[in-house]
Design a protein around this ligand. Structure first.
Ligand code: DHB
Length: 469
């Protein structure tokens, strides 16, 4: 009755129930927003319900980062939509392994999340800790594996609230670009792994699993402990933008390490057999680079194609397909973006050195080679004992190599042919290792595109519908 209600509301039992389940999603805690979203199919007027920054763990280290937003479309161009069973796109905006916050967002933020709600899907945008965060005692609290632990906690929060949070929690799709693409790929590859459990329970993550259905990854900066060698194998003959060569001995050493690594992967491709450092260039050329140029050229007008081909005479165009050599492609790209080693810098100056910082140590080596060649004066005789385990926790290739059955089985992988932030082999090996496990992989390169490109955003949204439908 109306008279009894205040007494119940104030009762200790009611209060303790509320605090015991502070991870319960409040279905009514939204604001309604109407906005215009431009899509490949024209502008759409979307009315959606927006839940601003929800802390996704019970014991956050820093709520500014450990929170997520939820956006659920309710009408599109005046037609009501019901997203109860829609796929859920979990789209991060992490770059550079830096901290990423959604805590002050006032609506759906990234263009990828906007396209998702304009297609009738649910969009979750999670924040996560990043490598530069330091507390008052000087402790780095956002270094590896903080970002992936936070993202997994966000996934667990969503699944824990199945039935009250709109969307189908069996159809969670992740997305991200660069470091965010690496973390998206890692979410997909490591789903269901118990490796992170201690970190997750320390934060009070929700009691649910973190299995991902499908994963989108753009220019993932991943496989970090093998990326220096991959970089030299790929870009080793290119000069820096200053015109200078990198240290050729270092480049040769790292290339040799990569050759061993590539053979050890034991990946196979039709028409090639085992992919080694010797046939990898031919494989990448025929599988990705030539088809990328072909589709770019096919889409140009006859005049524009003629102009492009006359200033890029290394390409042979037979009227329907582009062919060229690997070394001409490398010349076409021109300069390399990074010095050698690209990721584990001898002087600890790379962002990735900071990503593997610990406690009050801002940056550490994570490869034996760079440790042995340390110029920072802080290197010991062997990698710190926690490093191998952290490398595994940060590397999708570890889980794929292990054949993790709980991994995502649908993959959308993209990068630009002029992206020299990492080697093309990173994307090539990620895609091929998943194909070798039998997964459904949609991988392609954007011709002449630089780091961070996404040239077919609407196709990704369509793909989500296809693979979840
Ligand atoms: C990113 C770019 C890099 O070159 C790198 O080493 C790590 C991350 C990024 O754009 O997220």
């Amino acid at each position: 009755t109306a008279g009894a209600a205040p007494a119940f509301a104030a009762s200790p039992a009611a209060a303790s129930v509320a605090s015991a389940d502070s991870l319960a999603f409040d279905p009514d805690g939204y604001t309604e927003i109407t906005t215009t979203i431009s899509t490949g199919d024209g502008d759409k007027e979307v009315t959606y319900h927006f839940w601003s920054a929800i802390t996704y763990v019970t014991d956050p280290v820093d709520e500014t980062y450990q929170s997520l937003t939820v956006s659920v479309p309710v009408s599109i161009d005046g037609t009501a939509v019901d997203a109860t069973d829609a796929p859920i796109l979990v789209s991060n905006s992490i770059g550079g392994y830096l901290p990423s916050s959604v805590s002050t967002n006032t609506g759906v933020s990234s263009s990828r999340a906007q396209l998702a709600i304009a297609a009738g899907y649910v969009a979750v945008e999670p924040g996560a800790r990043g490598r530069t965060l330091v507390d008052s005692s000087g402790d780095y609290y956002g270094t590896a594996p903080a970002a992936i632990v936070d993202l997994k906690a966000a996934i667990r929060y969503v699944r824990y609230n199945a039935g009250t949070i709109p969307g189908d929690t069996d159809k969670i799709v992740t997305a991200g670009t660069s470091a965010g693409g690496a973390l998206s790929a890692l979410l997909g590859a490591s789903g269901g792994s118990s490796l992170y459990d201690d970190y997750l329970s320390e934060l009070g993550a929700a009691d649910a699993d973190d299995v991902i259905y499908a994963t989108g990854a753009w220019c993932p900066i991943t496989d970090l402990e093998n990326a220096d060698g991959a970089y030299e194998w790929n870009w080793g003959t290119n000069t820096l933008s200053s015109g200078e060569e990198v240290d050729q001995d270092v480049s040769a050493d790292l290339t040799a390490l990569f050759e061993t690594y590539q053979s050890g992967l034991g990946l196979t491709a039709d028409d090639y057999g085992t992919i080694t450092a010797d046939n990898l260039d031919d494989y990448l050329l025929a599988t990705y680079l030539e088809p990328s140029a072909t589709s770019y050229l096919a889409d140009l007008s006859d005049d524009d194609r003629t102009t492009y081909l006359s200033s890029n005479t290394f390409i042979t165009w037979d009227g329907s397909a582009a062919t060229f050599s690997w070394s001409d492609y490398l010349d076409h790209v021109g300069h390399r973006g990074k010095d050698a080693p690209a990721f584990d810098a001898f002087d600890l100056s790379a962002g990735e050195n900071n990503e593997f910082g610990l406690d009050t140590t801002e940056a550490r080596h994570f490869t034996d080679y760079s440790l042995a060649n340390d110029t920072s004066g802080t290197g010991g005789s062997s990698l710190d004992s926690d490093i191998p385990g952290k490398l595994d926790m940060m590397n999708p290739m570890y889980f794929i190599g292990d054949g993790n059955d709980d991994r995502a089985k649908y993959w959308w992988i993209r990068t630009g042919t002029k992206d020299t932030d990492t080697a093309l082999t990173i994307v090539g090996n990620l895609a091929l290792s998943l194909e070798n496990l039998g997964d459904d992989v949609n991988a392609a390169l954007y011709w002449d595109a630089a780091h961070g490109a996404d040239e077919d955003p609407d196709d990704f949204i369509t793909w989500i519908g296809d693979v979840t439908g």
